[in-house]
Design a protein. Structure first.
Length: 530
């Protein structure tokens, strides 16, 4: 493994993306060394302040080549569909039937960019933390802060981002590296660890950061670190607790994993989590602050809301008729529902609060009309992705995680209360312990057309309300609930270029390859799940 680890160690201050594409035997005098970048507090602080934007590129798709990653995740999670968007590389993972993912090419941005960008975050933060451990101080010492006025702030943020880089690597990839500032071992001693171990390592780093922040004086981040947000270290504690809850729930690869989550512990982190939306202000002039994912989910001309998002709301039978057709005969269809998030009271061709309807179909038929949809997101509008406050985590998401935890721990009454907050605001009758009221107006419905139960309602509410928040959510929920289409990738392989550089066999997932999704399974809790 020494080639990859050597690349990490020389990468400091965001140079990984450059170094990863260069012959390591050729010196680059224009790129400062790790020793130069982290030899003084000012440079160290500047480097740490850039890493969230790199991480944001993975989650929201705002760095070169990164757009396809969140859009692909949303496609596998049946949140977005498109016959047009992006490259053949994207079509490769959303076409039906699913095919093996080509992990051999030099491009393949879906797994290439998140792999290298998350390693870049790991490299920068780990080098910064090692420098702090070796005595570099940020800011002048004071009577109350003898180690430097801003040293603790830099340490907390670096440790948080180190944890998040590992968590997302472990959630997305089947394997990855674990590395922190305490490790100083021979290159050849590093090896891949299973994705779940990488997630656990990342959670431990967040717990370390929380411990430091809890015992340190309260500081406020520069508004350039998370653009436009003057977050305090107390705010970061809430954010980190919510990310731990995410990591515990969203790292599950299948229904058995999801059921085995320590839901009681999840609740402790949700209860200590965010109380206000977390995200950053988009600025079209600053890469790493916008959201191409939000652009694609909102009013995009060549991406649409997947029919599996709106279908369960349909009370007319159109969704079941569409499901019964062979792929070659499927086109777009129109749902009728009482859910005002899907369409207005004036009729099925009017916009709802979250989803809108298109009078005409503009997508190509070249790749199959089964990808067609007439629905698009209307919550934010066309320019919000580069002008608005982009939320990537909200208290509502934590509420839905809380609802699932309560449900699985046997407290269905608590889950009912949470679900009815959003249902009753949108013209849907309240659910009971058994689910939505049966009858002609039942929402949601199973794929069979039967009225859904309480867990069906939980899945439906979460998917509608969090549409367009962050692509890891529909992807991770669908695989954890066992709903991804057979043959889908449920995790990414390490990028083929990396494997080739290490002299390792290139492998992949998808289609009929081992490790790909089986047919959607049940039973779900209480027999739900469609």
């Amino acid at each position: 493994m020494h080639i990859m680890i050597k690349r990490i160690l020389i990468a400091g201050a965001g140079a990984l993306a450059i170094a990863g594409c260069q012959d390591l035997t050729v010196p680059n005098d224009n790129t400062p060394s790790v020793e130069q970048v982290f030899s003084n507090g000012g440079d160290l602080e500047g480097a740490v302040g850039t890493v969230f934007r790199v991480f944001w590129g993975v989650t929201q798709g705002d760095r070169s080549g990164n757009e396809t990653t969140p859009v692909a995740l949303a496609g596998i999670g049946e949140e977005l569909t498109s016959a047009d968007i992006g490259t053949v590389n994207l079509h490769e993972v959303i076409q039906e039937p699913r095919v093996p993912y080509n992990n051999y090419g030099a491009g393949q941005w879906i797994n290439r960019k998140p792999w290298y960008d998350l390693l870049e975050v790991t490299a920068t933060t780990t080098d910064a933390l090692k420098a702090l451990d070796n005595g570099v101080r940020v800011g002048a010492p004071t009577a109350t802060r003898p180690n430097g006025l801003r040293t603790d702030r830099a340490r907390i943020f670096a440790k948080m981002m180190q944890g998040l880089a590992h968590i997302y690597t472990g959630m997305l990839f089947n394997q990855g590296y674990t590395r922190d500032e305490t490790m100083d071992i021979a290159f050849e001693d590093y090896e891949f660890k299973p994705g779940k171990e990488v997630v656990a390592f990342g959670i431990a780093k967040l717990e370390e950061a929380i411990a430091i922040a809890t015992t340190s004086s309260v500081d406020t981040l520069p508004t350039t670190w998370i653009n436009g947000q003057a977050l305090t270290t107390k705010d970061l504690i809430k954010v980190m607790n919510s990310y731990i809850a995410r990591a515990m729930v969203y790292s599950a690869r299948n229904p058995a994993d999801r059921a085995a989550v320590n839901w009681a512990k999840v609740l402790t982190h949700v209860d200590a989590g965010v109380t206000a939306p977390f995200g950053q202000q988009a600025d079209n002039s600053i890469i790493g602050t916008r959201s191409i994912y939000v652009q694609r989910t909102q009013l995009s001309t060549n991406a649409r809301v997947d029919n599996h998002i709106v279908g369960p709301s349909d009370t007319s039978g159109a969704y079941q008729a569409w499901l019964a057709l062979p792929l070659s005969a499927r086109t777009d269809f129109q749902v009728r529902t009482t859910d005002r998030r899907i369409h207005g009271a004036a009729g099925p061709a009017t916009n709802g609060k979250i989803i809108g309807y298109l009078a005409t179909q503009t997508m190509t038929s070249t790749r199959g009309t089964y990808m067609w949809s007439r629905y698009r997101g209307v919550r934010y509008g066309t320019l919000y992705y580069n002008t608005g406050f982009i939320q990537t985590m909200t208290p509502l998401e934590m509420d839905f995680i809380r609802a699932e935890a309560k449900y699985r721990l046997g407290d269905r009454a608590a889950a009912v209360v949470i679900l009815n907050k959003t249902r009753t605001q949108n013209n849907l009758p309240a659910v009971t312990l058994t689910g939505p009221p049966p009858g002609t107006g039942c929402v949601p419905r199973k794929e069979s057309g039967a009225c859904g139960n309480l867990f069906d309602a939980l899945m439906y509410e979460k998917r509608i309300e969090l549409y367009g928040l962050e692509a890891i959510i529909p992807f991770a929920d669908y695989r954890g609930w066992g709903r991804v289409l057979q043959g889908s990738m449920i995790e990414f392989p390490v990028h083929g270029r990396e494997l080739q550089a290490l002299g390792l066999p290139v492998y992949s997932f998808g289609g009929d390859l081992p490790g790909s999704a089986p047919a959607p399974v049940g039973p779900f809790p209480n027999g739900g799940g469609g």
